[in-house]
Design a protein around this ligand. Structure first.
Ligand SMILES: [Zn+2]
Ligand SMILES: [Zn+2]
Ligand SMILES: [Zn+2]
Length: 552
């Protein structure tokens, strides 16, 4: 849209240019194995693999709150939201409810962690650490609260069952379905829903929330704490995440700093249930939460126990009394693969009024990207504008049907390209067994650390699934990993026109390689500059042709 050039021409021209640059630089590649993930003879197999995932229940469709970039007019995976902004264009990301395709990556969370043992010493520690945090395993308990006024169950997940007796309020995520159900038609509806709308508009990605001011609204309802029968207020708060745990968070202000600040701000009581061994805590005068180990008090059968030692017993007690059970939670979410973009592999699905969701039969692959599409700014999904693409017949009953117009996240393409390199011209299968046996797994992989929680997790997940489908006899793709450094250069940004090329920055002065106090050539606004990894989308790349002309 920006350049008015069709993505096909644009991609082919770039491939030709970069190939020439690589040859000129003398890089030793086996060019007979060259492939492009945007060519039908490649994405045919990406679609074929999608169908295998579908058969195994590992590809599925659901309505979910998703990250939406209003500028790119498409959804983004959690991994593609950086500091609350779109990874591609920097625009503030919004939350929307949409029907989307996912890969069931959460089912592989534990295995992605367990296999780290085999990568230790061969992968950079920093990458394993980033993945571990991203997968975010935590052990704890699921505890069954219920709404005092209506009896609706409100399960919570907590890693601190030892503090259950100190719960003084509970928070629901703004998207939690119970919020609307409870307040609808009550005196609280207007006030609560107005606050909820405001919280939702601000977005609820995890990174955002770490920095954002914690706000909430009292629903007018209460929940009963099953361990002591206490009735505590039920709030909606912007720090409760629908995508983590159950979307409801129990709050123990005396022993959690975030809850403490929230309670002080809104005048919610604070109840101490863990005391230091020496001295007493006074909820009236505490200036911060007490988070160190200590002795349990006001905690029924556990009074006098060390909280760190009682944790397991508390969970057993919950189970015995039917108040909850042991549970492990992961932050890792299912992988949202639907994109409302033109340039990607079409998802091989057809919708028929009579048969419902029908996979495109293998022998009809590839589902080709149509060429008669219209692109315009803010125009939504370009594929939906192609009549010849959308209207088709049902593979099952032959009746009229509509094609899925979402394409796959391009990270799907790159999750298996290394397998195709082993056998790039195979037209009967994505890859042949003998070729894989010879080449795979990759002995030495090289890439930037920015791939730690994206490509390197996706590719590991893909390899595990293909292993489980019987297509591979190994389940880790890369034996050794080396992260080279990142080359950084100043990028220029106009709030209105996004990232700018250097020749779009005017009226500045040069200090070495940097333009200082420049303005946007389109609107005259002073540009912001940042030192960041060179990337095509930020227009801060160094042209190798110019370098080779100069230095040979
Ligand atoms: Zn965007
Ligand atoms: Zn049909
Ligand atoms: Zn501008």
């Amino acid at each position: 849209i920006r350049t008015g050039v069709h993505p096909h021409e644009f991609t082919e021209a770039n491939i030709a240019r970069m190939t020439e640059q690589m040859r000129r630089a003398g890089w030793g590649y086996d060019w007979s194995r060259e492939l492009a993930t945007s060519h039908p003879d490649y994405y045919r197999w990406t679609q074929w693999l999608f169908l295998r995932f579908l058969e195994k229940g590992l590809a599925f469709k659901k309505t979910a709150p998703v990250n939406w970039c209003p500028s790119c007019q498409t959804v983004l995976a959690n991994e593609q939201v950086k500091d609350g902004g779109c990874e591609r264009c920097g625009t503030q990301v919004e939350q929307r409810d949409m029907d989307q395709w996912f890969f069931r990556m959460s089912a592989y969370a534990q295995r992605l962690l367990d296999n780290h043992a085999r990568l230790e010493g061969k992968w950079p520690e920093a990458v394993l650490k980033l993945q571990k945090e991203w997968i975010g395993r935590s052990e704890g308990a699921r505890v069954e609260f219920e709404v005092a006024e209506t009896g609706d169950p409100v399960p919570v997940f907590t890693t601190r069952p030892d503090t259950l007796w100190g719960v003084t309020f509970m928070s629901l995520a703004p998207e939690h379905p119970l919020v609307e159900k409870l307040v609808r038609g009550t005196e609280h509806e207007e006030r609560v829903m107005a606050a909820v709308r405001e919280m939702r508009a601000a977005g609820t990605s995890e990174k955002d929330l770490a920095e954002r001011e914690k706000v909430g609204v009292f629903t007018g309802f209460h929940v009963i704490n099953p361990v002591n029968g206490e009735k505590v207020p039920l709030w909606v708060a912007n720090f409760a995440l629908m995508t983590y745990g159950t979307g409801a968070v129990m709050a123990v202000p005396a022993h959690d700093q975030r809850d403490f600040e929230f309670a002080r701000k809104y005048g919610i009581p604070i109840k101490v249930v863990i005391e230091p061994r020496e001295g007493r805590l006074d909820p009236e005068t505490m200036t911060e939460a007490y988070v160190d180990p200590g002795v349990m008090v006001a905690s029924g059968p556990f009074d006098g126990r060390l909280n760190t030692e009682a944790m397991g017993d508390v969970i057993s007690w919950l189970e015995e009394h039917g108040h909850g059970r042991r549970e492990i939670n992961y932050k890792l979410r299912d992988w949202l693969i639907s994109r409302q973009r033109y340039w990607g592999a079409p998802i091989p699905i057809v919708y028929c009024d009579a048969c419902g969701v029908v996979p495109v039969p293998e022998e009809e692959l590839p589902v080709l990207l149509p060429t008669d599409v219209q692109f315009h700014e803010g125009g939504g999904n370009p594929l939906a504008t192609s009549e010849s693409f959308v209207h088709t017949s049902c593979p099952s009953c032959g009746g009229p049907a509509r094609r899925e117009t979402d394409t796959m996240d391009t990270f799907v393409d790159s999750s298996w390209y290394f397998l195709r390199y082993c056998d790039p011209h195979n037209d009967r299968a994505p890859f042949g067994e003998a070729a894989l046996r010879h080449w795979m797994p990759v002995d030495q992989y090289i890439g930037g650390i920015e791939h730690a929680t994206m490509h390197l997790i996706y590719a590991r997940f893909f390899t595990m699934v293909l292993h489980d489908l019987g297509l591979l006899d190994f389940d880790e793709p890369f034996d050794r990993l080396f992260c080279q450094g990142m080359v950084c250069k100043t990028a220029y940004y106009c709030p209105e026109h996004k990232y700018l090329r250097e020749d779009e920055v005017i009226d500045g002065r040069r200090e070495g390689d940097v333009i200082v106090d420049g303005k946007c050539a389109h609107c005259g606004t002073p540009v912001e500059s940042e030192m960041t990894k060179i990337s095509k989308s930020k227009f801060n790349i160094v042209d190798p042709d110019a370098m080779m002309d100069r230095f040979g």
